[in-house]
Design a protein around this ligand. Structure first.
Ligand code: GLV
Length: 321
């Protein structure tokens, strides 16, 4: 009997066909709507392989209810939505998609930085609302990106790709990470600093760390207080890394100048989210890796991980505890 694979979101035909060569595949058919919990619960009980995305919490009860599951492959680099320990206890492989999305996510992160620095959303609103009266000497003046200090918290692959973009703008690159990154220092001239120094001296602060128990609300009230009043804060990793209430207050009280956010603590956010009421917030709906070719590459990699594990091999990008 062919192994059974459940896909939690509509995928392109070529991905399904690839899996169907050796597996029986079932899929939640909608693309714009996450799989209902009851369907997921029912499918995970019998599936040999689960192809999921960032929107499904694959928690302990779900994992424990699985009778045949051998692999959970997520179409994402971040896997904070999956209970890795519960999976390890049942010898279930978890696989994710690092690397393939780094450059694309760095592009978006830098776009967010530039949009926030030069107040692009406010400019767009002005024109659309028919409020552009005249050229004016200090109208919508923003902040220079070139020659500014870029502070990167979390110098992994995406952090390095953001730093590389910064060098093209003659930025001074500083970073904080659990370990020193010799290569980034040599190749990009990035300088390792303690967290406090990064917070105090950066013009732009980009958080690029994975979301774990240790990084929950890593950027809190105290962190914002240490930042320059002119600092612009960028987050394209996970919303939970930031205390959103503290961010709101910091922006409202002028403790920092602006923020660019691609992620939120509870997604999706509605238009009534307090942060969206602030003109100095540039907000996007979690689209860091959303280029067509990168999303296809991620889907393909995820399918490969399932096929690898179900044919007795190791997945190329296994999450190790
Ligand atoms: C997206 O957020 C990812 O982790 O790939």
């Amino acid at each position: 009997m062919k192994p059974y694979v459940f896909i939690t979101r509509r995928m392109p035909d070529e991905i399904i066909e690839k899996l169907e060569e050796t597996c029986t595949v079932s899929m939640w058919e909608k693309q714009e709507e996450p799989v209902p919990q009851e369907r997921l619960e029912e499918e995970i009980k019998q599936a040999d392989g689960l192809f999921c995305t960032v929107t499904e919490p694959i928690d302990r009860p779900l994992i424990e209810s699985a009778e045949n599951l051998k692999v959970i492959a997520t179409m994402a680099v971040g896997y904070n939505n999956i209970d890795v320990e519960a999976a390890a206890e049942k010898d279930i492989t978890i696989a994710h998609t690092p690397g393939v999305l780094s450059e694309t996510t760095a592009d978006l992160t830098f776009a967010l930085l530039m949009a926030a620095a030069r107040r692009l959303p406010e400019g767009i609103e002005t024109i659309k609302n028919n409020e552009w009266k005249t050229w004016s000497p200090f109208f919508l003046t923003g902040q220079d990106i070139h020659h500014a200090t870029l502070g990167i918290i979390g110098m992994g692959r995406i952090g390095e790709a953001v730093a590389k973009r910064g060098t093209g703008f003659d930025m001074e690159i500083i970073y904080h990470n659990r370990t020193r990154k010799q290569e980034a220092e040599e190749k990009l001239g990035a300088r390792y600093v303690e967290m406090d120094e990064l917070l105090k001296t950066s013009d732009f602060i980009c958080v690029m760390t994975p979301y774990t128990k240790d990084t929950h609300h890593l950027i809190d009230r105290e962190a914002f207080k240490k930042m320059k009043n002119t600092a612009i804060f960028i987050n394209s990793s996970r919303g939970g890394i930031v205390d959103e209430e503290a961010l709101y207050e910091a922006l409202k009280n002028g403790e920092i100048r602006g923020a660019g956010l691609d992620v939120f603590e509870g997604e999706p956010v509605g238009a009534d989210h307090p942060l969206l009421s602030l003109p100095q917030v540039t907000a996007l709906p979690h689209i860091g890796s959303a280029s067509e070719s990168t999303r296809m590459a991620m889907a393909d990699m995820t399918a490969n991980h399932i096929l690898q594990v179900l044919s007795g091999k190791e997945a190329d990008h296994e999450v190790k505890l």
